[in-house]
Design a protein around this ligand. Structure first.
Ligand code: NAP
Length: 281
């Protein structure tokens, strides 16, 4: 049995769809989520909340492979406690293999890297088999960070570019690995994109897609911080978002390559097309 946590999230739902589409004789897939009502009908569901020990006691019984989708929204101590509790419970239940959706090595400068690296270290010193999927940042996230407002993308990316990845591709890769976990035991897979996308690229692509001129006007990190703060985001979210711009602008996330094409057995989707098509505005 394969259990996927975070099954009502954007990534988890896509993974479940891929796993559910396998032939009937494939091992069962079970959706683990805090929100069972949001999981597509027809997939068995268990309520799994890393913050709720009661849901973890017995939550992983009978599971051979656990796909642990990171629950990264929070301060480091909260995220570490969540991931630690989930891994403790999985080991206690005798789960054979844990596949974890982590963050690309290039993301080490990002404010949310630490909890990922902690989780990787915990898995590597644990008793279950493991595979670490070091996901690059989503093309869809890049779109969210670069909305078109009044005909312009104002985002403090400077000349920096991001080797963004389609979330759908990362979901498919995760499903492929989870379905054949033993073949990927002990692997750390770097899953970044094959094209690096910057603000000017997005403006051009968006202009071409809509037939309306879109400019790129990089602002400053201070302006972005002020705008996010004014939106009333949770305190931990502001440095996460500003730090993401900063890492892209600093050129730390532009490295392309990785193992995504090998895992998928095909070329990844175009991050530029997806980001331009998903851009709010
Ligand atoms: N690579 C990137 O660009 C990128 C961008 C954003 C986030 N992420 C990370 O990747 C993860 C998946 O991305 P996504 O696009 O699916 O994000 P999402 O749609 O916002 O979903 C958030 C996920 O976190 C899970 N979660 C939150 N609190 C939890 C808890 N206490 N116990 C168990 N699960 C919990 C949710 O599970 P349920 O609601 O189903 O319980 C859900 O799957 C995120 O959680 C975050 O850590 C990566």
């Amino acid at each position: 049995m394969i259990l996927v946590t975070g099954a009502s999230g954007a990534l988890g739902r896509l993974v479940i769809e891929h796993l559910a589409a396998r032939p009937a004789e494939a091992p069962d897939v079970v959706a683990g989520t805090r929100n069972p009502e949001r999981v597509p009908a027809g997939v068995p569901v268990r309520r799994i909340d890393f913050d709720d020990p009661a849901s973890l006691a017995g939550g992983f019984d009978g599971v051979d492979t656990l796909l642990l989708v990171s629950a990264g929204y929070g301060e480091d101590d909260a995220v570490i406690a969540r991931h630690g509790a989930a891994i403790d419970a999985a080991e206690k239940a005798g789960v054979g293999h844990i596949v974890y959706t982590s963050l690309s090595a290039a993301g080490d400068h990002l404010p949310y890297a630490l909890a990922h690296r902690w989780t990787e270290r915990r898995l590597r010193s644990g008793t279950a088999g493991w595979t670490i999927l070091r996901n690059g940042l989503y093309a869809e996230l890049l779109a969210t960070l670069t909305p078109v407002v009044d005909g312009a993308i104002t985002a403090p990316l400077g000349d920096g570019r991001l080797a963004a990845v389609a979330r759908e591709d990362l979901a498919e890769a995760a499903a492929l690995v989870a379905a054949d976990a033993a073949a990927h035991a002990g692997r750390i897979c770097e899953l970044v994109g094959e094209e690096a996308v910057g603000g000017a690229d997005l403006a051009r692509a968006r202009s071409a897609a809509t037939g309306t001129a879109v400019a790129y006007e990089p602002g400053t990190l201070a302006q972005a911080r002020e705008a996010f703060t004014a939106l009333g985001l949770a305190p931990f979210q502001v440095p996460m978002l500003v730090g993401t711009y900063s890492a892209v602008a600093g050129g730390f996330l532009s490295g392309t390559g990785g193992e995504l094409r090998d895992l998928l057995g095909r070329a990844p989707r175009s991050a530029l097309e997806i980001a331009a098509a998903s851009q709010p505005g």
